[in-house]
Design a protein around this ligand. Structure first.
Ligand code: ADP
Length: 290
């Protein structure tokens, strides 16, 4: 009996020790998990900040064109205002009024441009919502308005009449499109007849958008590398090599993809996919019927 009692005591001691060990390693694991969660949250925040910084950098590159877009109507407003004053002096009210009407129209145009800049530079939320793909393409194109005109770029749009709805984030998708269009324009700099083709269509499992140029295309060995951070073939100071890696990351976050190929007729062709969304309003209707 004595032996039995000793064996039982030893067993209890050893179980207790084992339990303590297990609890200690359990605590260690919990601490590690917490640490990893914190690191992940940190990483996400840093990536979000990087995306925002990249967007502001793009805005900086667009600034010259936008400045031009704002200066033109500003000069016109001044001329119309001077005219209106002269007509008032001469008591030609109708003509003064016509000049003032022009001023109102021009200020509306300037307000449009400014609203667009505000929308592009704003931080995007975490929400994924139904977005109208064509509208997003047009917002992105409008930021390049003066550059497209000055560089005589022909823009071909192959977009369906019916609005295409995708699940995503308007600000982020616009950022990706602005990056792709900016790259396309840079690639076509030396082309005699630069052509930018934008198309979008609904496919079985989502919405597909293509951005294609008629530049030199992408060297075959670079096709797999262009999405790497800091990969660039641009001269020092001309490109950081972050645009495509950030764009690809944004598309991942939106549950979509970004890929590149060379078009058979030459030039680079970037393809974006996004999950399709039901047109706003119809979703709730369907569920009500169900
Ligand atoms: P960056 O524009 O700063 O170089 P990106 O990540 O946007 O950085 O692009 C990486 C590289 O991919 C470019 O340097 C270029 O070699 C290639 N590239 C991107 N877009 C095009 C295009 N439309 N045509 C040809 N090459 C392109």
């Amino acid at each position: 009996r004595l032996t039995l009692a000793r064996v039982r005591d030893e067993l209890e001691i050893s179980v207790e020790r084992r339990t303590r060990d297990l609890m200690a390693s359990n605590q260690l694991l919990s601490a590690e998990i917490d640490e990893r969660r914190r690191a992940e949250a940190n990483l996400r925040q840093t990536q979000d900040e990087l995306i925002q910084a990249a967007k502001l950098a793009v805005l900086g590159q667009l600034a010259a064109g936008i400045n031009h877009e704002l200066n033109q109507p500003l000069a016109a407003i001044r001329a119309y205002a001077e005219n209106a004053r002269r007509f008032i002096e001469l008591a030609r009210v109708d003509q003064a009024d016509a000049n003032l009407a022009q001023i109102v129209e021009l200020t509306e145009r300037m307000a449009d441009i400014s609203a667009q800049l505000r929308q592009f530079s704003r931080k995007s939320g975490e929400r994924h919502e139904s977005i109208a793909v064509q509208a997003c393409i047009h917002y992105a194109l409008r930021l390049f308005h003066s550059r497209l005109r000055d560089e005589r770029v022909e823009v071909i749009e192959r977009l369906p009449h019916e609005p295409l709805w995708a699940i995503g984030d308007l600000v982020r998708l616009e950022q990706v499109l602005v990056n792709l269009i900016g790259n396309a324009l840079a690639a076509m700099k030396e082309r005699p007849a630069p052509t930018l083709t934008l198309s979008a269509e609904r496919e079985v499992d989502g919405v597909v958008i293509h951005v294609q140029d008629n530049g030199p295309g992408i060297v075959e060995e670079h096709l797999t590398r262009i999405f790497e951070p800091f990969f660039t073939t641009k001269a020092p100071g001309k490109g950081l090599g972050l645009g495509l890696s950030i764009s690809s990351r944004i598309m991942d976050d939106l549950g979509g993809t970004l890929t590149a190929t060379n078009a058979p007729e030459g030039g680079a062709r970037f393809t974006l996919t996004l999950p399709a969304a039901a047109p706003p309003g119809t979703d709730s209707l369907e569920s009500r019927h169900a």
